[in-house]
Ligand binder design. Structure first.
Ligand SMILES: Cc1cc2nc3c(=O)[nH]c(=O)nc-3n(C[C@H](O)[C@H](O)[C@H](O)COP(=O)(O)OP(=O)(O)OC[C@H]3O[C@@H](n4cnc5c(N)ncnc54)[C@H](O)[C@@H]3O)c2cc1C
Length: 572
């Protein structure tokens, strides 16, 4: 077949903040690293992060408060040892980024400026105007290039090489010309980002199709806490494009059709700055009860006019542009229309606090690591706080990179890859290209996204979730038996890529729905109308879900690591 085999110490899939930070650390320590990314690194979704990155820097704040807010925000499902690690290292993570050249917005006295975010006891989100992610990504990418990391841009990682409990590489194809290659390595890291594209209304980039999750799950490895999908309160009405929490952090008010500041009813103390799950449910509730606004009455207002033009132009210029571009509304002059939008995945590839991927509750996969949004450490539990996920990507990217260096130094052997390792990928691509039928990728994807929004969204019941299991099984059957691709060429075949991505979305969506169906309680972002309270006695545990060869899901559970922050009822 003549497929090239490239050998590295470490191969990283994903060039967002997590992957790039890890790569930079590894290369700096003298390891030979390849980063495979289906996008140009600077187009990774990390670059879209607007609002900020948390760290307890000010005198009024403390690491313990940051921990407490994170654990409470998580509705007590977070593993407290991991939360402690991340919060403790957050200030150093900011200083590290700064030393490398990231320009944070500053106060008049020269200290790093921090803005309030939802569920936080103190203004804690460091920012670079409303372009925080892009500023950080540019900085880290520049430094990774400087160290000599090899980036394989616009290469699509299709599978891992997983044999005898060990991962020893990745098989991939060049999106430009469908050339195949094998990347053989002692250590492999997945940093493939989030998956909110499985929902109709979402805030995510088109590339956020959760590939990494399904690639891992298809080998019978578990996915953790997949039922916890974060719906951000403020997506632009109709298309879900994000209006960062910075808008509420800076003082934006939510209003219904009666002009009421309705958060007074739902979170009397924190109002608009309650945690995201609470605000999203409040918005959907107002709309359901007939107090929505806009042409379809399916939105509420966020009003920022009182902040004044100067502050908006100084701190929220991108958000203003987005609302003008997509809705024709200028937040300097009038309130804009928003509603909840699928945003972030709390669950993912289970890992320990040093990034080792779990095979089950007690064992680990040799040579395999994860970091960033695709992973579940679990630092966010049932609901993540705003500005904790850029922190997670940057901190764990760096930290897991260091843990890989340590493991490599202690000696991981290379299992040599052969051309045979690419066979499954090539067979799947050939089959996908040659399949004929009446269904199309965009058609099936629309049905998936609409049904996930309707049945596994902000509010869920036994009935909607059970219905969604059936819908997903039928969509998967149609995808495998009856979905055609019109473009048969090898040059930038986006039809083929989108088909592969749809296959991924159909698989991990079943994990979301089956895990949600079994969790008969409401916790954080998972709200069951038929079980509307938290049930610590039966459900203070992580879901570990596995897929068998026939595509069926089985569920297991894993203990939560508790700690000094004791279980309490969550109010804001
Ligand atoms: C609009 C928006 C605003 C946000 N704002 C904030 C904020 O202000 N603060 C905050 O804390 N969080 C925010 N978040 C969340 C946060 O930005 C992300 O969780 C975080 O940046 C994810 O980083 P990552 O490195 O894990 O993945 P990403 O940055 O998403 O990168 C994923 C990488 O994986 C690659 N990839 C995926 N699949 C494949 C494949 N099959 N083959 C090859 N490459 C692949 C992609 O090319 C990409 O390089 C925001 C998210 C969105 C969508």
């Amino acid at each position: 077949m003549g497929i090239p085999i490239y050998t590295y110490d470490a191969v990283i899939v994903g060039a967002g903040l997590a992957g790039t930070a890890a790569a930079r650390e590894l290369e700096k320590a003298g390891k030979k690293v390849a980063v495979i990314t289906k996008l140009h690194p600077l187009r990774s979704h990390s670059g879209a992060a607007q609002g900020g990155i948390n760290a307890a820097l000010s005198d009024e704040d403390s690491i313990e408060l940051h921990e407490f807010d994170t654990v409470k925000g998580a509705d007590y499902l977070a593993d407290q040892d991991v939360v402690e690690l991340m919060c403790k290292e957050a200030p150093e993570t900011i200083r590290w980024a700064e030393r490398m050249g990231a320009a944070f917005s500053r106060n008049e006295d020269g200290t790093i400026a921090q803005r309030p975010f939802g569920g936080q006891s103190s203004p804690r989100a460091c920012y670079a105007k409303d372009r925080t992610g892009l500023t950080l990504l540019q900085t880290i990418y520049e430094q990774a290039l400087r160290e000599g990391v090899t980036f394989w841009d616009e290469w699509y990682a299709a599978d891992i090489i997983y044999k005898e409990g060990k991962v020893s590489g990745v098989v991939a194809f060049n999106i430009r010309n469908l050339e195949y290659a094998i990347f053989n390595a002692k250590a492999v890291m997945f940093a493939t980002g989030g998956y909110a594209r499985a929902y109709k209304i979402n805030s995510n980039a088109h590339a956020n199709t959760g590939d990494g999750l399904s690639i891992v799950a298809r080998h019978g490895l578990p996915l953790e806490d997949m039922e916890f999908v974060q719906f951000h309160p403020s997506g632009l009405s109709g298309n879900g494009v994000l209006i960062s929490e910075a808008a509420r952090g800076e003082g934006g008010r939510l209003l219904n059709s009666k002009g009421e500041r309705f958060m007074e009813k739902y979170a009397p103390n924190k109002l608009e700055l309650a945690s995201r799950d609470v605000v999203s449910r409040a918005i959907i509730n107002e709309i359901r009860e007939g107090r929505g606004v806009g042409p379809r009455k399916d939105a509420v207002y966020i009003d920022l006019v009182h902040l004044g033009k100067d502050l908006i132009m100084e701190r929220l210029p991108e958000l203003r542009d987005l609302a003008i571009t997509f809705l024709g509304l200028d937040m300097v002059k009038e309130p804009i229309l928003i509603s909840a939008t699928a945003h972030y995945s709390m669950g993912g590839i289970p890992m320990d606090k040093d990034g080792h991927v779990r095979k089950n509750n007690t064992e680990f996969v040799e040579g395999f690591y994860a970091a960033g949004e695709c992973s579940c450490s679990s630092v966010h539990g049932a609901n993540r706080l705003g500005a904790n996920s850029v922190l997670e990507a940057l901190f764990f990217g760096r930290h897991v990179g260091q843990s890989m260096i340590q493991d490599l130094n202690e000696g991981i052997t290379l299992r040599k890859a052969t051309e045979d390792d690419a066979k499954a990928m090539i067979d799947e691509i050939t089959l996908t290209l040659n399949r004929n039928g009446t269904d199309t990728v965009p058609g099936l994807r629309d049905e998936l996204q609409q049904s996930m929004t309707d049945n596994a969204g902000v509010f869920r019941t036994e009935e909607t979730l059970a219905e969604q299991v059936n819908i997903l099984k039928e969509l998967r059957r149609r995808f495998h038996e009856n979905c055609r691709i019109d473009d048969k060429s090898k040059i930038f075949n986006t039809d083929l890529q989108e088909a592969i991505e749809l296959g991924h979305m159909l698989d991990f969506s079943l994990f979301i729905v089956e895990s949600a169906l079994a969790r008969k309680e409401s916790r954080g972002a998972h709200f069951r109308e038929d079980y509307d309270t938290r049930d610590d006695e039966n459900f203070l545990k992580h879901t570990m879900a596995y897929m068998d060869e026939n595509g069926n899901i089985t569920l297991d559970y894993m203990d939560v690591t508790l700690g000094k922050h004791e279980l309490k009822e969550r109010t804001y």
